[in-house]
Ligand binder design. Structure first.
Ligand SMILES: [Cu+2]
Length: 496
């Protein structure tokens, strides 16, 4: 943890300065990725940052404009940043060894494509385990045609915080000796068809019968990088309407969102509008986003917005407060341990813009399986990078059938597309359009999308340690070729 040398970062910055000035004058937004650490409740842990030169965290732009970003790596490691939820050219999707080579220390990479969406998105490393070190930031796209355009936005980016090295966490989960600097004793798990054939599925593995809510004990949960003991306070006015943009930018924690005494309308999930759903308690799985519209009541008051982790009493949050409100002291520990998400909310969500009715041209089975005792996670019995891509053809209506044969829930994310949730455990409905859907243990979830964007698109569990332990594959368009596609090279990410 000691090596976050600002001197190195400054040197790189200095050499990049002339280019940087040019880039900004040409309408580019520079995003600098730096290493660092933060102290939470007296404990220090890793904290990368993704900021513009003026300190702005992440990126905000508008539908109809161009996404023009110069990404600069001021860290000492290679990296790659994925623009989560965006519809974009495949080559700019930010997946190392699949759509691009990693960005080396001191290097920069340019991204330039039209912004065709509006909503709450985020960016995160898709390289190794950097996401756990909070190489994450908001990516907000506004819609000038939105009747509520211009109202106050409050972004609430959630992270799960650990002081431990994520490589050690993964090695321990897999029952392996942590890697050493010299040796690299850690290997990618499974990997061969042979090892997977003996894999215990369903509830047959003893370890999978435990209440597998969460693999990892976190030191804290953070909202905009602050613990609930020292929360961000956002000033609001009585009578004002605000849009709260919640982003589960964390590595392994599903959340219950609690708006306390403040009524809320859920208006979008994963950037996509839904038929408004009123409530005060909402489910939010890893990598998902939830937009809430809140009307601040008359009178002075403080309104904590809290997020409690599934299977833990840890919680985080921020406070909306009118100008003269007293800010309450908030405990990071809830009185009770939260249970499990249920997907009951998912069944109630209705897309405001459902897919046009069309027969399904192709159904792809996506079985989620693995071996909890050995901590191997798989899709259709295969572990990344030893996978056979799922194939689609441009123009097809594609259905994905997720069947979860494991004892843990998996938030499944498809890159570069928006899908509609159409069925959960036999119950059909015109569900939300989104990019990440939670599949509960033993559950079958069906989604549909139109195959309109040729490329190699990742399909994976967004729990970082499941992804790293193999639960990742690729959706490939027939006839699409990509010179960067070399998944076997991605082993190196974990062997460094
Ligand atoms: Cu998973």
């Amino acid at each position: 943890m000691s090596g976050f040398s600002s001197a190195i970062a400054m040197t790189v910055l200095a050499s990049a300065a002339p280019r940087l000035a040019t880039a900004e004058s040409e309408g580019w937004t520079v995003l600098r990725i730096t290493e660092g650490e933060i102290e939470v409740n007296g404990k220090k842990g890793k904290a990368y940052s993704i900021r513009q030169p003026d300190g702005t965290v992440g990126y905000v732009s508008t539908k109809g404009q161009r996404f023009k970003v110069v990404l600069q790596n001021h860290t000492k490691e290679p990296l790659a940043i994925h623009w989560h939820g965006l519809i974009l050219p495949n080559g700019q999707d930010g997946v190392p060894y699949v759509t691009q080579a990693p960005i080396k220390p001191g290097e920069e990479r340019r991204y330039d494509f039209p912004i065709v969406q509006a909503g709450t998105y985020w960016m995160h490393s898709h390289f190794g385990l950097q996401e756990q070190g909070m190489m994450t930031a908001p990516l907000i796209l506004k819609d000038p045609a939105d009747p509520h355009h211009g109202q106050q936005d409050v972004v609430m980016l959630l992270n799960d915080f650990t002081v431990r090295d994520p490589a050690t966490i993964l090695a321990e989960l897999q029952g392996q000796t942590p890697k050493t600097e010299a040796g690299g004793t850690m290997k990618m798990p499974g990997g061969t068809e042979q090892s997977m054939s003996g894999m215990a599925m369903g509830g047959k593995t003893p370890g999978m019968d435990k209440a597998d809510l969460s693999d990892i004990k976190y030191d804290a949960l953070l909202s905009n990088r602050r613990p609930l003991a020292d929360p961000e306070v956002v000033r609001v006015r009585p009578g004002q309407t605000i849009r709260l943009r919640l982003i589960a930018a964390n590595s392994a924690t599903n959340f219950f969102i609690d708006t306390g005494r403040l009524d809320a309308q859920a208006i979008a999930v994963d950037g996509e509008d839904i038929v408004p759903l009123a409530g005060r308690r909402f489910e939010l799985a890893v990598a998902q986003r939830l937009d809430l519209r809140n009307s601040i009541p008359a009178g002075e008051a403080a309104y904590p917005i809290r997020a409690q982790g599934e299977g833990t009493n840890l919680r985080t949050g921020l406070v909306l407060a009118t100008p003269n409100a007293r800010i309450p002291t908030l405990s990071q520990q809830a009185e009770t341990i939260a249970g499990t998400l249920t997907n009951a909310q998912e069944l109630r969500l209705r897309s405001a813009h459902p897919l046009p009715a069309k027969p399904v041209d192709r159904t792809l089975q996506v079985a989620l399986n693995g071996d909890m005792t050995r901590y191997i996670w798989a899709i259709n019995g295969q572990t990344w990078p030893n996978i056979t891509p799922l194939e689609v053809k441009k123009g097809e209506r594609v259905e994905l059938v997720f069947t979860n044969q494991t004892g843990m829930s998996h938030p499944m994310h498809l890159h570069g597309h928006v899908f509609q949730v159409t069925e959960i455990d036999g119950q059909s409905f015109s569900g939300a359009t989104r990019d990440t859907v939670l599949v509960m243990p033993r559950q079958t979830v069906k989604v549909q999308f139109d195959a309109a964007y040729p490329g190699y698109w990742m399909l994976h569990c967004h729990i970082l340690y499941h992804q790293a332990a193999g639960m990742m594959t690729v959706l490939k368009y027939e006839g699409f070729e990509d010179p960067n596609y070399n998944p076997l090279a991605s082993r190196a990410e974990y062997e460094r």
